[in-house]
Design a protein around this ligand. Structure first.
Ligand code: PMV
Length: 357
């Protein structure tokens, strides 16, 4: 976990903080929630390295605390939709995070990945904002930026946008109470508490950008569908079970078994959507064509390459760095053609958020 030493004075009248925070890809999926963004099942993710949000939060102290005031710019252009999401979040946490009423804010934010890529910016965007806010809180109150700082950042990121709570840490991150994972909690994520086999510290994730444009199902609408889903109970059990199995697989470095579970999780997520009320199909023909090619390549070459999917059409191709050269050749030759404008992003497991000052 990253430690920051700087502790500033207590009464900060104005200033700014900048954080970079990563996107993350779930291996065991969070799909279904209750109460105040509490997950229906535990989930596990890789934090990414190249897909991130960089946000600068400028702040000026008000004469008297009260009200909520934030201006939001995405790549220099005012963003009404992001501002609305932030204000919704602010209203939810106004009592627990009083600092938001004490300052006027301006957020300048930039995503490293294209807006139309179908990669959700909420996890990286919300966690970057929350890290700036908690830094301001820590500096005004004079508390240390150690474990509790990150736990608090994860807690508030969860309220801002569910899986955003996993973006607070690097490497593998777990969120949600699980009897076999010590310290796991529904209210915040934790760095995966066991030593993973080194192969998982270097995993690559090449994201095939299959379809540009807005998704037909927002994740909040998707979580909502699980409230009346005929397979909800079995799904939440299955996710717990898959996470249990992954613990020994990750320790042993069994990439084949790892891939089997990760692919099953991706397929299950989409199967759940397909048999919800109403049903949704978020895969596109080229999503299936890519999956087919990955399976064929794996069968023929015995190379450990697997995939996962988000709640969208993009395909995340997962493989150990030791196979990077041949798999990147395979992707360029066989999979790039399935991507819109042949675009894909070569990412890897990342080390987590970075404070730029
Ligand atoms: O955090 P949300 O509300 O955007 O939901 C995330 C849902 C999935 O990306 C499909 C799964 C996950 O665990 O990230």
């Amino acid at each position: 976990m990253q430690q920051i030493q700087t502790i500033s004075g207590k009464n900060i009248l104005e200033g700014n903080y900048t954080w970079i925070s990563p996107s993350n890809i779930a291996l065991v999926k969070y799909w279904g929630k209750h109460g105040n963004q509490m997950p229906a099942n535990p989930s596990l993710s890789f934090s990414l390295s190249e897909c991130f949000t960089q946000s600068t939060l400028e702040f000026t102290k008000k004469d008297k605390p009260g009200g909520l005031n934030i201006e939001v710019e995405l790549d220099g252009v005012p963003s009404a939709s992001f501002k609305e999401k932030i204000l919704t979040f602010f209203n939810k946490v106004i009592n627990d995070l009083p600092i938001i009423t004490e300052y006027n804010f301006k957020l300048k934010t930039h995503n490293s990945f294209p807006h139309s890529s179908g990669i959700a910016s909420s996890a990286s965007g919300m966690s970057a904002l929350v890290l700036c806010l908690i830094t301001l809180e820590a500096d005004t109150e004079g508390y240390e930026k150690g474990d509790e700082f990150y736990r608090r950042a994860s807690y508030f990121s969860r309220i801002a946008s569910g899986s955003a709570c996993r973006s607070i840490y690097g490497g593998m991150v777990e969120w949600g109470r699980h009897t076999e994972i010590p310290e796991s909690h529904d209210m915040y994520a934790i760095p995966y508490p066991f030593e993973p086999h080194p192969v998982f510290n270097t995993y690559c994730d090449t994201i095939l950008l299959i379809h540009e444009g807005a998704k037909s199902l927002s994740s909040s609408a998707g979580h909502e569908l699980m409230h009346r889903h005929p397979f909800a109970r079995q799904r939440f059990e299955e996710a717990r079970h898959n996470l249990s199995k992954l613990v020994s697989i990750i320790r042993a470095g069994d990439v084949e078994e790892f891939g089997k579970i990760v692919e099953k999780e991706a397929m299950m997520l989409h199967a759940l959507m397909m048999c919800s009320e109403p049903p949704y199909v978020l895969m596109k023909p080229n999503t299936l064509a890519s999956i087919d090619k990955i399976w064929q390549y794996r069968r023929e070459t015995k190379t450990p390459v697997h995939f996962t999917l988000d709640a969208g059409a993009n395909v995340h191709v997962l493989y150990p760095a030791a196979h990077k050269v041949e798999i990147e050749q395979f992707i360029a030759a066989e999979l790039a053609g399935f991507c819109e404008n042949k675009k894909y992003i070569c990412d890897t497991v990342g080390t987590g958020p970075v404070f730029l000052g």
